[in-house]
Design a protein around this ligand. Structure first.
Ligand SMILES: [Ca+2]
Ligand SMILES: [Ca+2]
Ligand SMILES: [Zn+2]
Length: 269
């Protein structure tokens, strides 16, 4: 119901813009951002976060005998605007930054929205600022109970893998860079994920795993969710999770993929 009304509203705005510009195609959504003579209220161009298909599942054993389920995750933006965050702190004595989300509109403007998210400095080889808990990675048993969560808590994101560059408004080369995550002395940061782009966390990264030590052989589901805290505004809040079902066998030493859940869907337009 919510999605339907949003679609109608977007359609009306697109139609109004088409008339104002004398555009032949009322469905063209990459129309120029020039101001028109007709006053049309600016419509938000919200991002839409989701997860691409999970990959690279394996079981590894640490030197201290723990067994880890490893995997790669890619958070993507399939919305009609960039996902852009700005961190800020008053002085270098403060260990965290507060975070605002910059929401763009179709008139070329933007506004900043306060969020309850936080950024924290990671000196563990990353040496930049992380958004805390941008993803949640959790393994469930067949009965739906939790079997463990990843310790990965911090995420700095930028345009580093292509996902759907055919989406309207998708830049064909990366816009946001790792440098936006700042360094130890930064008082501000600016990070983002463009339309159609993704940010990958390879299976080899520290903490990109769930400790499955002692889990018996059987069937499990790894679920990964973007923005699990619901801190960031998006055009669709219902498509943020994906999963992979897997079989653990040979006394927890091996893993076999049984099937994949949905990946980020492209918003109807
Ligand atoms: Ca979403
Ligand atoms: Ca959200
Ligand atoms: Zn990092």
């Amino acid at each position: 119901m919510k999605r339907k009304s949003r679609r109608i509203a977007e359609g009306l705005v697109a139609l109004a813009g088409a008339f104002a510009l004398g555009c032949e195609s009322p469905v063209a959504s990459d129309r120029p951002r020039t101001p028109t003579a007709v006053a049309v209220a600016a419509a938000d161009r919200l991002p839409d976060l989701g997860m691409a298909r999970l990959s690279g599942l394996s079981v590894s054993r640490t030197s201290d005998g723990r067994r880890l389920l490893r995997y790669s995750t890619t958070i993507v933006n399939v919305g009609s605007g960039p996902f852009e965050l700005h961190g800020q702190r008053a002085s270098t004595a403060e260990p965290t930054m507060s975070v605002t989300q910059r929401v763009f509109d179709d008139a070329g403007g933007s506004r900043d929205i306060a969020t309850t998210a936080a950024m924290i400095y990671a000196g563990d080889g990353h040496n930049h600022w992380h958004v805390r808990d941008l993803q949640l990675q959790e393994v469930f048993r067949a009965d739906g109970t939790s079997a463990g969560r990843s310790d990965k808590r911090g995420f700095c994101f930028w345009d580093n893998v292509t996902y759907r560059l055919t989406l309207p408004g998708a830049p064909q080369s990366p816009v946001y860079q790792e440098s936006g995550c700042g360094d130890q002395g930064s008082l501000t940061t600016g990070v983002g994920l463009s339309i159609g782009w993704g940010d990958i966390y390879p299976a080899s990264l520290p903490d990109q795993n769930v400790n499955i030590t002692g889990l018996p052989d059987g069937q499990y589901r790894l679920v990964v969710t973007a923005d699990p805290g619901g801190w960031f505004a998006e055009s669709d809040e219902t498509n943020n999770s994906t999963w992979v079902d897997f079989q653990l066998y040979r006394n927890g030493r091996r893993v076999r993929v049984l099937g994949y859940g949905p990946t980020a869907t492209i918003a109807a337009r």
